[in-house]
Design a protein around this ligand. Sequence first.
Ligand code: ATP
Ligand code: MG
Length: 354
Amino acid sequence: MIEPGATIGIIGGGQLGRMLSMAAAQLGFKCHIFDPHDHGPAAQVSASFTRAAFDDRAALELFGNAVDIVTYEFENLPCEPLAILGDKLRPSARSLAIAQDRAREKQFIEGCDARVAGWRAVSSLDEVEAAVAALGTPVVLKTRRYGYDGKGQAWIRDPADAGAAWDAIGREPAVAEAGVDFTAEFSVIVARWADGRHSCWDSAENQHGDGILRRSTVPCSDAVAVQVEEAREATLRIAEALDHIGVLTVEFFASETGPVVNEIAPRVHNSGHWTIEGAVTSQFEQHIRAICDLPPGSTALAGNGATMDNLIGRDVDRWAELVAEPDLHVHIYGKGEARPGRKMGHVTRISPRA
Ligand code: ATP
Ligand code: MG
């Protein structure tokens, strides 16, 4: 067990690291952030900070020696240098390696007996065209690596669009994925302990716009609720197969024929931000508890439900109006410029108990 007073290393310095660090501080831990950028959201609220490139092995080794345990909040890390951290790293580099390559990820999910949309790995225009012929339109091309918030994706609605889509994603190795005609999107977030104990929160129903999460709502609609049990079972099979320690998120499409996995994230997730005020134990605190091997906290609802809205780009300029709403929980991440599409903060409304 890693006890309060210890130092937790967090690789990645964004808003997820910030909220992990704040939850860890509440339990009496100190956090040490490792990130290539100065003045990031996480370093602002943490005890120490190393500024170094993610592949700087010497810096990673010093960092590993300075902390009691290490976790990550960012998915696009080179995996190989993490080996220097040994078994201080939780979740393991394997969870990361699988989640960060869309082809490996889909193969792995299928191996866990969970459904994904029809897909093909592609690395040339010929292969893209063959995939479109096999899958039918619409198809979405997604780069195998480095995608987030819908970046590195292009839709093919007509076979004639294949060349333009291949150019749009930079002719990178990709997956071609059949468009899913979903009724809704939702996620299952599970925290898993080294001994296999685990706990899930109620599933949030997620609305996206332009590939970016806009709103998560709990409880989810009835159309989603009937698919949650099957989705949870699939999530647990995935977590077990990864031997995952900490929080794991699986994003689902609710389709006419049941839950279809979109993707997995080996970490806390934007669709779980509502748990900070909306659940007895937040996803951030539970992740810290799981990696430190403290007992699980309750994941029950704190009120009757919650709605979380992201503040994207200039939305954050409305902060004065938002903080003037006495019941609104306002989170601002301390980022610099409010570029279009950048997640700058979020707000959560809790539905009171009747
Ligand atoms: P993030 O990591 O921020 O969740 P991402 O860049 O990995 O985003 P995806 O989750 O792959 O992106 O896709 C973003 C959104 O685009 C999905 O939540 C969904 O709304 C839509 N989308 C992606 N793939 C499909 C698909 N095969 N069929 C229908 N819609 C899709
Ligand atoms: Mg996604």
